[in-house]
Design a protein. Structure first.
Length: 319
């Protein structure tokens, strides 16, 4: 299957292109960028065509799927265009900036028989499968906390540019909020608080309490904080904690630790969630049940993000 890629930033170079090389049957054929002089050497090394003309890019008859890794505000228009051009749309998170856009994409995908999938890569790591099984076996959950905090970046970074979709909620916030849905489904209620950076004017910190009746899922995210990347689940008999629950390199061994529970820690061998994700997407493009579940998943995640926005009370922040 030939893949077209939109964007060629650091994430694509470090993670997506190597993963494509490791998936049998997938290969990049074209890359759409804004600054061709910057990426000419990359395209030449891969033997792929470099485009700045989106019309020509989407007309490539040999390209069957588009991987979208451009700034967040462009995701919807590119995913929509891919579907209308008869191509599957695999998109970095978040796939849209509003729930209404997500609904439109899902409708087009259902009508065209094409796949729209959001790249929540960590859900394709064996660590997640183990976590879900442990929670299922352990019984009643008493409380859950997840954090994704990253250190400050350059003031010129797209993360601090409103026009580039900067801000914490759609970037870091996606991770704990999507994890809550993946483990426990749609919450009954949501309360939230979001802080807006006084200089950059994008949200850089947030907390949300997702109410699941018997327990709350405490989700937190931040740009400009000490690094955190963790999940903690409290059970009647103790708790489970895991570091590097979201992003992690493919050669990293992680450990699921238990406190006050009669079970040993679980060592999770290295695994490449980008390879797993792309291999699964490619294998399932003709599976309507899988395509429907992919639509349902990104619609639910989009709705949770929308509810967090609606529930949030804003405050200024200098974090």
């Amino acid at each position: 299957m030939k893949i077209g890629i939109i964007g060629a930033g650091d994430h694509v170079v470090r993670n997506i292109l190597p993963a494509l090389a490791d998936v049998s049957g997938l290969s990049p054929a074209a890359i759409l960028v804004r600054a061709p002089e910057k990426y000419a050497a990359l395209a030449a090394s891969l033997g792929v065509a470099l485009y700045t003309d989106a019309d020509a890019f989407f007309l490539r008859p040999d390209v069957q799927a588009i991987f979208i890794a451009s700034p967040i505000p462009t995701h919807f228009k590119f995913a929509r265009r891919a579907l209308l051009a008869g191509k599957h749309a695999w998109c970095e998170k978040t796939i849209t900036t509003t729930h209404e856009e997500a609904v439109e994409l899902a409708q087009i995908a259902a009508e065209t028989g094409l796949m729209v999938a959001e790249a929540a890569m960590y859900l394709h790591h064996r660590q997640f499968d183990i976590l879900r099984q442990v929670i299922h076996e352990a019984g009643q959950v008493g409380g859950t906390k997840a954090r994704f905090h990253v250190p400050d970046v350059s003031a010129t970074s797209p993360r601090y540019a409103p026009s580039e979709g900067g801000g914490g909620l759609l970037d870091q916030g996606f991770y704990p909020l999507s994890l809550a849905h993946a483990l426990f489904g749609m919450p009954d209620d949501i309360s939230a608080e979001i802080a807006v950076h006084t200089n950059h004017r994008v949200d850089n910190w947030g907390r949300a309490a997702l109410d699941y009746g018997a327990f709350n899922f405490d989700a937190g995210w931040c740009m400009g904080c000490d690094y955190q990347n963790m999940l903690e689940v409290q059970f009647d008999q103790g708790k489970m904690r895991v570091e590097r629950v979201f992003s992690k390199p493919g050669d990293l061994r992680t450990v699921i630790r238990f406190e006050g529970m009669d079970r040993p820690d679980i060592v999770v061998p290295p695994d490449n969630h980008f390879v797993n994700m792309l291999a699964e997407f490619a294998a399932k493009v003709d599976d309507e049940d899988y395509r429907a579940k992919a639509r349902e998943a990104f619609l639910a995640r989009s709705l949770i993000v929308s509810r967090v926005k609606q529930a949030a009370t804003d405050k200024d922040s200098n974090i």
